[in-house]
Design a binder for this molecule. Structure first.
Ligand code: HEC
Length: 188
């Protein structure tokens, strides 16, 4: 180290005129170049939009988690085109619904679900409501017991088997009425 000594001293302490380390200098230049690049590409000042057209909104739109489908407004016909949904729905039906509606939904305590008789309607939202919120004469609400996708799947299954057979004798089931002081007497 034979760096020249600067011609000033403080209380006998002298300062050497060493050059800045190369790595430090290049890093420093690098940050300057990056800053210029960044200021040009991105909205760096209040009225400048940047050449990339970057905005928070676009960034959010590209990263936002997909919106969960509204469980009350599923398109059962469209869902029925997915075999895995029907398959999952059938599984839920066998394990959860068959005890009352019959393995083939032919009707037991609960009504037959394959005929064209629908007390509460066979529209997508009506079937979903029957399953999610229950119906007064003995149909439990499944909202809290099944996951939303299970409800969607079993509704899709019920929709797909509906209106496919002739109306049997026990079309409306023989459900025991539940008390009118039930939290959900109208099934709504
Ligand atoms: C504890 C017995 C029971 C179970 C379990 C049950 N249900 Fe029901 N379900 C009924 C009864 C009884 C009715 C008729 C209610 C009424 O008339 O008010 C009914 C009605 C329905 C209806 C309306 C039918 C119409 O004519 O509008 C649908 C749809 C339905 N159930 C689907 C299901 C699905 C899907 C499951 C499984 C997640 C299920 N049910 C589980 C007893 C049951």
């Amino acid at each position: 180290m034979n760096a020249p000594v600067l011609d000033h001293s403080a209380d006998g302490i002298e300062e050497l005129d060493n050059p800045l380390p190369r790595w430090w200098l290049y890093l420093f230049y690098g940050t300057i170049i990056f800053a210029i690049y960044y200021a040009i590409q991105y909205p760096s000042t209040p009225y400048y939009k940047g050449t990339l057209g970057w905005t928070q909104e676009k960034q959010w739109a590209s990263q936002a988690p997909p919106k969960k489908a509204d469980p009350a407004a599923l398109d059962l016909k469209a869902l029925a085109t997915k075999p895995e949904v029907l398959e999952a729905g059938k599984k839920v039906f066998i394990s959860t619904c068959a005890s009352c509606h019959g393995t083939n939904a032919e009707g037991k305590i609960g009504p037959c679900l394959t005929d064209s008789v629908w007390k509460y309607g066979s529209e997508d939202k009506e079937i979903l409501l029957s399953i999610r919120k229950g119906r007064p004469k003995g149909m439990p609400a499944w909202d809290t017991f099944l996951k939303p996708d299970q409800v969607g799947a079993v509704a899709t299954y019920v929709h797909s088997i509906g209106n496919t057979t002739a109306t049997p004798a026990n079309a409306t089931g023989s459900g025991t009425p539940i008390p009118t002081n039930s939290p959900n007497p109208e099934g709504k």
